[in-house]
Design a protein around this ligand. Sequence first.
Ligand code: PMP
Length: 424
Amino acid sequence: MNPPALDVDAVRADFPFFSPGDGGIPPAYLDSAATSQKPRVVLEAERGFLEGANAAVHRGAHTLAAEATELFEDARESVARFVGAEPDTFVWTGGATAGLNLLAYAIGNASAGRGGAAAQRFNLYAGDDIVVTEAEHHANLVPWQELAARTGATLRHIPVLDDGTLDMDAAARIIGHRTRILAFPHVSNVLGIVNPVAELVELAHAVDAVTVLDACQSVPHLPLDLPALGVDFAVFSGHKLFGPYAVGGLYGRGDVLEALPVFLTGGSMITEVTLDSAGYLPPPQRFEAGTQPVSQAVALAAAVSYLDDIGHDAIAAHEAMLAERMRDGLRSIDGVRLFGDTDHAARVALWTFDVEGVHAHDVGQLLDSRGVAVRVGHHCAQPLHRRFGLTASVRASAAFYNTIDDVDRMLDGVSGVRAFFGAA
Ligand code: PMP
C-alpha cells in the first residue's frame, strides 16, 4: 500500500521561513543537512515557555520551578520516545558535537582511573584501537583523535569504497580483539547513504567494543529505534531536527550509561558535596551539569510531536521522491560527479557533487544568485574529500518541506554552471 501523500503546501504554510513577510519567493532551501528550518509550533513553544513558564528547573520550591521542571522532563520523555528510548537513558546535551565530546572525555576519565570498578570496561591502553570510518564529520573524528593521544590508543579507520559505501570486508579485518571503541555515522553528512548499523554493531560487540552512533543525519529523516539498533551510545542534534540551536540528545544503553564516568561536573549533577569530594546522581542527571537548555528542550519536543503528526511514512515517501529526482537530474548533467553514486544503498535526500572544471564555491554562488541555497566546502569532512581527490564539493540536501520546484531550480542552475564559467 502506498503511504499517504504529503501535502507539501500545507507543510510549508507551517514554516514562517517559507512565507517571507515581503511576499517574495522563498529560496529553494537545500541545506537542511547543515541546519533545518523550524515550524511555527517550535518557535511558539520556545517563546511560550520563556514568556509564561520560565524558571530554573530541578531547584527552587516555588510553583513555577516545579512547573518548568515538569515541562522539561516531559520534553525529555517525548524526545527520548521519539528515538525509541527510555527517558532515563536520554541525556540533554548542547548538540551532537557536545555529546561526542562528552563520551570521549568521559571514556578518557575512565582511562585515567575515574568512575570506579564499573568504569573499567571503558579503560583504554596503549595498543588498544579506536575505530572510526573515513566518512566521519569532524565532530566524530577529532574527539577520538584527542582521546587516542591522551591514552596511547591507536585510531584506525574503515575505508569508503568508490561508490560511497563502507568497505565491510575491511571493517571485518580492522575490527578485532584490540578494538575498544567503534564510532561511525548512521548517515554520512556528505554521502547520504545509510550505513549497515546491524553488521557494524555485530562486529564490534563480538569483540566487546563500545559502539557510538552519530545519528545527526538520520534522526531527522528515518523513524528510529536506537535501542533496537543495538548501539551503546548515539548522539543527534536539535537544530537539524527542526528544533532550536544548542540542544541535542545523547542516548546511552542503560548499563553502559550507568557505568560511564562523569565529564562536566558542577551543580545539578551531585548528591552531596563537601569541600573535598562529591557524590553524583544517577544518569541522566549525572551528565547534565549546570543549567540545561530548557526552553530549547521544550521546543524540540514540539518539533518531534509535529513530525509525528505529519507522519513518518509520508515524510519518507516524499523525501525518497526528492532524492531520486535530484539523483536522476544531477546524473544527466555533463561534468557532474556524484559522491556515493549508488542505487543499491538506502539513503536520505542528500547528494554531494563536483562540477568538473568549476570550483564548488563558484557553483554555490551561481546557485545563490538564482535563489538556490546549497552548501559548499568540505562540510566538516576533509578526510572524505581527500579520499575523493577534492578539497571542496557542493551539497544539496532536502527535507520534507522541499518541493519538486526547489529541486528543479537547483538542477536548472547546475546545468548552466559549466557554460557560465567557460568550462564546458
Ligand atoms: N555529525 C554529523 C554527521 C553532522 O552532520 C553534524 C552537523 N553538521 C554534526 C555531527 C555536528 O552536530 P552539531 O551541530 O549538533 O554539533
